[in-house]
Design a binder for this molecule. Structure first.
Ligand code: K1U
Ligand code: ZN
Length: 175
Protein backbone atom coordinates (compact mmCIF):
# COMPACT_ATOMS: atom_id res chain seq x y z
CA UNK A 1 0.00 0.00 0.00
CA UNK A 2 1.42 3.40 -0.98
CA UNK A 3 1.46 6.59 1.12
CA UNK A 4 -1.33 7.90 -1.14
CA UNK A 5 -3.66 5.48 0.64
CA UNK A 6 -2.85 6.87 4.09
CA UNK A 7 -5.65 8.79 5.80
CA UNK A 8 -5.07 12.14 7.56
CA UNK A 9 -5.53 11.80 11.33
CA UNK A 10 -7.70 14.44 13.04
CA UNK A 11 -6.29 16.27 16.05
CA UNK A 12 -8.06 17.70 19.11
CA UNK A 13 -10.07 20.02 19.09
CA UNK A 14 -11.68 18.73 15.86
CA UNK A 15 -15.40 18.37 16.79
CA UNK A 16 -15.66 15.01 14.98
CA UNK A 17 -13.52 13.52 17.78
CA UNK A 18 -16.33 14.44 20.22
CA UNK A 19 -19.24 13.01 18.18
CA UNK A 20 -20.89 9.59 18.45
CA UNK A 21 -20.19 7.28 15.49
CA UNK A 22 -22.98 5.45 13.64
CA UNK A 23 -23.30 1.65 13.38
CA UNK A 24 -21.85 0.09 10.21
CA UNK A 25 -24.68 -1.35 8.10
CA UNK A 26 -24.41 -5.08 7.26
CA UNK A 27 -22.34 -5.70 4.10
CA UNK A 28 -21.46 -2.01 3.65
CA UNK A 29 -19.14 -2.34 0.59
CA UNK A 30 -16.88 0.55 1.73
CA UNK A 31 -15.69 -1.18 4.91
CA UNK A 32 -12.93 -3.59 3.71
CA UNK A 33 -11.04 -0.82 1.83
CA UNK A 34 -11.52 1.67 4.69
CA UNK A 35 -10.23 -0.89 7.23
CA UNK A 36 -7.19 -1.57 5.00
CA UNK A 37 -6.40 2.17 4.79
CA UNK A 38 -6.91 2.58 8.54
CA UNK A 39 -4.45 -0.27 9.21
CA UNK A 40 -1.85 1.27 6.88
CA UNK A 41 -2.35 4.65 8.63
CA UNK A 42 -2.04 3.04 12.09
CA UNK A 43 1.18 1.14 11.22
CA UNK A 44 2.71 4.24 9.62
CA UNK A 45 1.87 6.58 12.55
CA UNK A 46 2.94 4.31 14.38
CA UNK A 47 0.12 3.29 16.68
CA UNK A 48 -1.46 0.19 18.20
CA UNK A 49 -5.06 1.15 17.41
CA UNK A 50 -7.16 3.53 15.34
CA UNK A 51 -10.90 4.29 15.37
CA UNK A 52 -12.74 5.47 12.23
CA UNK A 53 -13.74 8.88 13.74
CA UNK A 54 -10.00 9.68 14.09
CA UNK A 55 -9.85 9.74 10.28
CA UNK A 56 -13.16 11.59 9.94
CA UNK A 57 -15.31 8.53 9.19
CA UNK A 58 -18.18 8.57 11.70
CA UNK A 59 -18.62 4.79 11.70
CA UNK A 60 -18.28 2.18 14.47
CA UNK A 61 -15.12 0.64 13.03
CA UNK A 62 -11.81 0.05 14.85
CA UNK A 63 -8.46 -1.51 13.93
CA UNK A 64 -5.97 -2.81 16.52
CA UNK A 65 -2.56 -4.49 16.56
CA UNK A 66 -0.85 -4.31 19.94
CA UNK A 67 2.41 -5.87 18.65
CA UNK A 68 3.21 -3.72 15.59
CA UNK A 69 6.97 -4.44 15.83
CA UNK A 70 6.53 -8.20 15.64
CA UNK A 71 4.74 -10.21 12.94
CA UNK A 72 1.64 -8.18 12.09
CA UNK A 73 -1.54 -9.54 13.66
CA UNK A 74 -4.26 -6.97 12.92
CA UNK A 75 -7.82 -7.15 14.26
CA UNK A 76 -10.63 -5.32 12.44
CA UNK A 77 -13.66 -4.74 14.66
CA UNK A 78 -16.99 -3.78 13.05
CA UNK A 79 -19.65 -2.54 15.49
CA UNK A 80 -17.64 -3.59 18.58
CA UNK A 81 -19.39 -3.68 21.96
CA UNK A 82 -18.11 -4.13 25.49
CA UNK A 83 -20.04 -7.02 27.05
CA UNK A 84 -18.15 -7.29 30.37
CA UNK A 85 -15.66 -5.27 32.40
CA UNK A 86 -13.72 -6.45 35.45
CA UNK A 87 -14.17 -4.79 38.83
CA UNK A 88 -10.38 -4.88 39.20
CA UNK A 89 -8.71 -1.76 37.83
CA UNK A 90 -5.34 -1.27 36.19
CA UNK A 91 -3.32 1.89 35.48
CA UNK A 92 -1.02 2.37 32.48
CA UNK A 93 0.33 5.25 30.43
CA UNK A 94 -1.72 6.04 27.33
CA UNK A 95 -1.14 8.19 24.29
CA UNK A 96 -3.43 9.02 21.37
CA UNK A 97 -2.70 9.71 17.71
CA UNK A 98 -5.26 12.55 17.91
CA UNK A 99 -3.31 14.19 20.78
CA UNK A 100 0.25 13.75 19.45
CA UNK A 101 3.08 13.63 22.04
CA UNK A 102 0.70 13.82 25.03
CA UNK A 103 0.73 11.01 27.58
CA UNK A 104 -0.96 10.35 30.92
CA UNK A 105 -1.58 7.51 33.35
CA UNK A 106 -5.14 6.20 32.84
CA UNK A 107 -7.01 3.88 35.19
CA UNK A 108 -9.51 1.50 33.57
CA UNK A 109 -10.98 -1.96 34.23
CA UNK A 110 -8.11 -4.47 34.03
CA UNK A 111 -10.02 -6.98 31.86
CA UNK A 112 -12.67 -6.55 29.18
CA UNK A 113 -14.82 -8.82 27.04
CA UNK A 114 -15.54 -7.34 23.59
CA UNK A 115 -17.89 -8.68 20.88
CA UNK A 116 -17.81 -7.53 17.23
CA UNK A 117 -18.44 -8.56 13.63
CA UNK A 118 -15.41 -9.33 11.45
CA UNK A 119 -14.96 -8.50 7.77
CA UNK A 120 -16.50 -11.83 6.73
CA UNK A 121 -19.65 -11.03 8.74
CA UNK A 122 -18.82 -13.58 11.49
CA UNK A 123 -19.45 -12.73 15.16
CA UNK A 124 -16.24 -12.63 17.22
CA UNK A 125 -15.47 -12.23 20.91
CA UNK A 126 -12.29 -11.73 22.94
CA UNK A 127 -11.50 -11.57 26.66
CA UNK A 128 -8.51 -9.26 26.97
CA UNK A 129 -6.19 -8.06 29.69
CA UNK A 130 -3.01 -5.96 29.73
CA UNK A 131 -2.27 -3.63 26.83
CA UNK A 132 -4.99 -5.15 24.59
CA UNK A 133 -7.66 -4.46 27.26
CA UNK A 134 -6.54 -0.82 27.59
CA UNK A 135 -6.31 -0.39 23.81
CA UNK A 136 -9.78 -1.86 23.15
CA UNK A 137 -11.35 0.41 25.80
CA UNK A 138 -9.46 3.44 24.42
CA UNK A 139 -10.61 2.69 20.82
CA UNK A 140 -14.24 1.95 21.77
CA UNK A 141 -14.29 5.24 23.70
CA UNK A 142 -13.40 7.03 20.43
CA UNK A 143 -16.64 5.67 18.91
CA UNK A 144 -18.58 7.61 21.57
CA UNK A 145 -16.51 10.81 21.38
CA UNK A 146 -14.59 10.00 24.58
CA UNK A 147 -10.83 10.65 24.80
CA UNK A 148 -8.26 9.28 27.26
CA UNK A 149 -7.98 12.74 28.82
CA UNK A 150 -11.59 12.37 30.01
CA UNK A 151 -10.32 9.66 32.41
CA UNK A 152 -7.79 11.93 34.17
CA UNK A 153 -8.21 14.87 36.57
CA UNK A 154 -9.46 18.20 35.20
CA UNK A 155 -6.17 19.80 36.27
CA UNK A 156 -4.01 17.30 34.33
CA UNK A 157 -6.42 17.39 31.36
CA UNK A 158 -6.30 21.18 31.06
CA UNK A 159 -2.50 21.20 31.35
CA UNK A 160 -2.18 18.55 28.65
CA UNK A 161 -4.71 20.22 26.30
CA UNK A 162 -2.99 23.60 26.68
CA UNK A 163 0.40 21.97 25.96
CA UNK A 164 -1.05 20.24 22.87
CA UNK A 165 -2.60 23.48 21.53
CA UNK A 166 0.76 25.27 21.96
CA UNK A 167 2.70 22.48 20.21
CA UNK A 168 0.26 22.22 17.30
CA UNK A 169 0.35 26.02 16.83
CA UNK A 170 4.18 25.99 16.82
CA UNK A 171 4.17 23.13 14.30
CA UNK A 172 1.79 25.03 12.02
CA UNK A 173 3.97 28.14 12.30
CA UNK A 174 7.12 26.17 11.37
CA UNK A 175 5.56 24.64 8.25
O1 K1U B 1 -6.35 5.53 19.38
C1 K1U B 1 -5.23 5.96 19.21
O2 K1U B 1 -5.03 7.15 19.13
C2 K1U B 1 -4.04 5.03 19.14
C3 K1U B 1 -3.29 4.91 20.45
C4 K1U B 1 -3.87 3.72 21.20
C5 K1U B 1 -3.48 3.46 22.62
C6 K1U B 1 -2.21 3.69 23.11
C7 K1U B 1 -1.89 3.38 24.41
C8 K1U B 1 -2.81 2.82 25.25
C9 K1U B 1 -4.08 2.61 24.79
C10 K1U B 1 -4.41 2.91 23.48
C11 K1U B 1 -1.81 4.70 20.11
O3 K1U B 1 -1.47 3.79 19.46
S1 K1U B 1 -0.67 5.86 20.72
C12 K1U B 1 0.90 5.18 20.18
C13 K1U B 1 1.35 4.00 20.96
O4 K1U B 1 0.87 3.74 22.04
C14 K1U B 1 2.42 3.11 20.41
C15 K1U B 1 2.98 3.31 19.19
C16 K1U B 1 3.97 2.46 18.71
C17 K1U B 1 4.40 1.40 19.46
C18 K1U B 1 3.84 1.17 20.69
C19 K1U B 1 2.84 2.01 21.17
ZN1 ZN C 1 -6.84 7.61 20.68
Amino acid sequence: MTDANLLPILFVPDPRLRAKAKPVQPADPRIPALAERMLATMYKAPGIGLAAPQVGEMLRLVVVDVRPDEKRDPIVLVNPEIVALSKELSTREEGCLSLPNQFADVTRPARVKVRWTDLTGAKREVEADGLLAACLQHELDHLDGVLFVDHISALKRNMLLRKLAKELKAKERDQ
